[in-house]
Design a protein around this ligand. Structure first.
Ligand code: GDP
Ligand code: MG
Length: 439
């Protein structure tokens, strides 16, 4: 998902980071590219216009242009504004203090209502609830069967009365739920190919009758701005509490995810990421924004780093990485600091790009103690200029550290690799400022 958008934004940010100092013209040019990328991803044009204006207002200030890493600063602002656009933090569904909690799913035909009703029931069941699925789509003969099959699969009861009036089915289901101890009732309704009065009428009558706590609209992420328009129309007619964005696993450009909240005021509460029953995620605006900007779980990493890394040392290290002057002394410091952040493999896995490269690579923490011993057996000159370390010096170092020449060779190779990796890292979004507080 979001591939095109992600690629374009990352290319723009790469250029931004490449500059030492930013001028207002640099920012303007970068934002022009961001604007085009968003429009191409089918984000609503009004939303794009307002977003860019806000980013620009925040990005051309003195503070940014004169900051140590102005490129990073701008990227951080874009990241924050995209999160804001999607509603800031995640929006939960409200569980009624007086059971059952009634959830009504609405949407166009094929959007994914039936599938997501079942996925939601599955999720709630895992949280210890006792959901009931209600089959109110009486128009498609196979619809009731479909819900029953899914209910069977996730072991959740399905209430149906055949082709009975949907308003009656819905209200009868409440009676049933009270009798059977179901604390959440999920009503699956019919859809049409287009929004029309007949559909809205029926939904309004069900709503008036059962007074749901949550009316959730299911929209297909692949339909882009059509999804947003549908959300707008449903919201005006029914008053929605939230949106489930389905089919986010497909080749979606991102337009719907980025525009729904801004256009309709309704938050996206869940995202569907596949046909299977467990392919449902709580929609986290911050994680989606990070995914779009290719930041992996860098934010989590930044938090950890900020908690554990000595700030001054980190700043010096960052400066050295930028100038590619990483010495073996720095390498030693780095090993110690990384170790203080928790198991190394989990730290490295969070880095975009790097995680994948490391898949299957065993990281032996004992190696790091060995590495410390080896570096400690080197002279100050050798640590600054590892190129000096030829065979005879290797022998001496191995002896001094209680290791072998092979070990020393391996360490030097690892150091070179790390240097290369750090070079890569400083080229990744979010990483230049990763170890600094407040950038
Ligand atoms: P409804 O008409 O709104 O009830 O839609 P359905 O729940 O019947 O879904 C329509 C089709 O979309 C079915 O084939 C589903 O398997 C598929 N579908 C639903 N949600 C998702 C999703 O999140 N990802 C993918 N890939 N397919 C989905
Ligand atoms: Mg259906």
């Amino acid at each position: 998902m979001f591939e095109g958008l992600s690629e374009k934004l990352q290319a723009t940010f790469k250029r931004l980071r490449g500059k030492g100092k930013l001028t207002e013209a640099d920012v303007t040019e970068a934002l022009r590219e961001v604007r085009i990328a968003l429009l191409e991803a089918d984000v609503n044009f009004k939303v794009v216009k307002e977003l860019i204006a806000r980013i620009k207002e925040r990005s051309v200030g003195q503070e940014v242009l004169e900051s140590l890493t102005p490129g990073q600063h701008v990227i951080k602002i874009v990241h924050e504004e995209i999160i804001r656009l999607m509603g800031g933090s995640e929006s939960k569904i409200s569980i009624s203090s007086k059971p059952p909690t009634i959830i009504m799913l609405v949407g166009l035909q094929g959007a994914g209502k039936t599938t997501h009703g079942a996925k939601l029931a599955n999720m709630l069941k895992k949280q210890g609830k006792h959901p009931l699925l209600v089959a109110c789509d009486i128009y498609r003969p196979a619809a009731i069967k479909q819900l029953e099959v899914l209910g069977e699969q996730i072991k959740v009861p399905v209430f149906s009365l055949g082709q009975e009036n949907p308003v009656k089915i819905a209200s009868e289901s409440l009676v049933f739920s009270r009798k059977n101890g179901n604390d959440v009732v999920i009503i699956d309704t019919a859809g049409r190919l287009h929004i029309n009065e007949e559909l809205m009428d029926e939904l309004s009558r069900i709503k008036g009758n059962v007074k749901p706590h949550e009316i959730l609209l299911v929209v297909d992420a692949m339909t882009g701005q059509d999804a947003v328009n549908a959300a707008d129309a449903f919201h005006q007619q029914l008053g929605l509490d939230g949106v489930i964005l389905s089919k986010l696993d497909g080749d979606t450009r991102g337009g719907a995810a980025l525009s729904v909240k801004a256009v309709t005021g309704c938050p996206i509460k869940f995202a569907g990421t596949g046909e299977k029953m467990d392919a449902l995620e709580v929609f986290h605006p911050d994680r989606i924004a990070s995914r779009i900007l290719g930041m992996g779980d860098v934010l989590t990493l930044i938090e950890r780093a900020q908690q554990n890394v000595d700030e001054k040392k980190a700043r010096e290290l960052e400066e050295k990485i930028r100038k590619q002057e990483l010495t073996l002394d720095d390498y030693l410091d780095q090993i110690k600091q990384l170790r203080s952040m928790g198991p190394l493999s989990s730290v490295l896995e969070m880095l975009p790009g790097i995680g994948k490269q490391l898949k299957g690579v065993e990281i032996d923490e004992k190696e790091f103690y060995k590495a410390e011993a080896i570096i400690c057996s080197m002279t100050a000159d050798e640590r600054r200029k590892p190129i000096l370390i030829k065979d005879s010096r290797k022998k001496r170092i191995a002896k001094g550290s209680g290791t072998t020449v092979v070990d020393v060779g391996r360490l030097l190779k690892q150091y070179e690799q790390t240097k290369k990796m750090m070079k890569q890292l400083s080229g990744l979004p979010g990483m230049g400022g990763a170890v600094k507080g407040g950038t």
